[in-house]
Design a binder for this molecule. Sequence first.
Ligand code: RET
Length: 300
Amino acid sequence: MTVKTRNISIVSSFVCLWLASLLASDLETVCGFILIFSFGILHGANDLLLFDKMALRKGKSTHFIILAIYIGLVILVFSLFLVIPLWALSVFIVFSAYHFGEQHWERSTLNSPVWIKKLFFGIYGLFVLALLFVLNATEVLQIVYSISSYQFSPKILEYGFIIISLMFLAITGYLAFKQKNFRKNGIEELLYLLVFSIIFKISSLIWGFAIYFIFWHSLPSLYDQITFVYKDFNTKNALAYTKAAFPYWLISVVAMVAFYFVFKSMDIFYALFFSFLAAVTFPHTFAIHTMFKRIRKGNS
Ligand SMILES: CC1=C(/C=C/C(C)=C/C=C/C(C)=C/C=O)C(C)(C)CCC1
């Protein structure tokens, strides 16, 4: 994250927190979905453009091969949510955690072996998600039930939170001990975690998730993707990115709205929505991971 995007994230979070104190929880959820459907979906809608840009061989046939693999993967993951929902959900949470951690920490100079960095990205993301889940346990378990038909006790989330917190303490302790760079930003990062906890505690699940997902993940990611594809971030390039993403964004939003109106049940909608999010998240995580690798190598 750059200093500029981070400042935007901090200010927007406090504005949303203030909104949370004004809005009824149902309205918060509607606003949360509006944010997720706008910037959230947009930040993943150009994965095909990224894959095309990063492909070693360019051309129409490469584009169609990438498109076919992409569609195949999305259908496969979506189907896995129907057949083995708990496994699919667990893998989705681990992938998402890594993806959130990578976006948050990619720009900081951690001089550790690659595997420690990767482990740290994953544990950091898991810690943020565990905070969100444990502070909104009832709502989370209800959605997990609509996805998987398993009714877990809130204790599971509490134990999960304790285990992940211990892992997080161990790895941050190790990095703080080993690295001056890491210690330098430590207090600032801890304050962000405190801000996330307050947001997750005060907001409803979807609003809390949307605040983190949009302002701490999607907007910084959009900034990185636009800079990577068009070499510079400005209004013209942001518009070009949005134009390229528009057809994919529209298909996703129309599909989600159709799900809602066809099933007219919030439970089924949640199940379909998170399965859909997971299905597009797998190729997205891979696209962004490859993009960061290229940026580090200095060739885009
Ligand atoms: C909030 C939430 C969940 C997890 C969502 C996650 C993990 C989303 C990740 C999205 C990503 C990584 C998008 C792409 O960038 C559950 C457990 C499904 C159900 C309860 C509510």
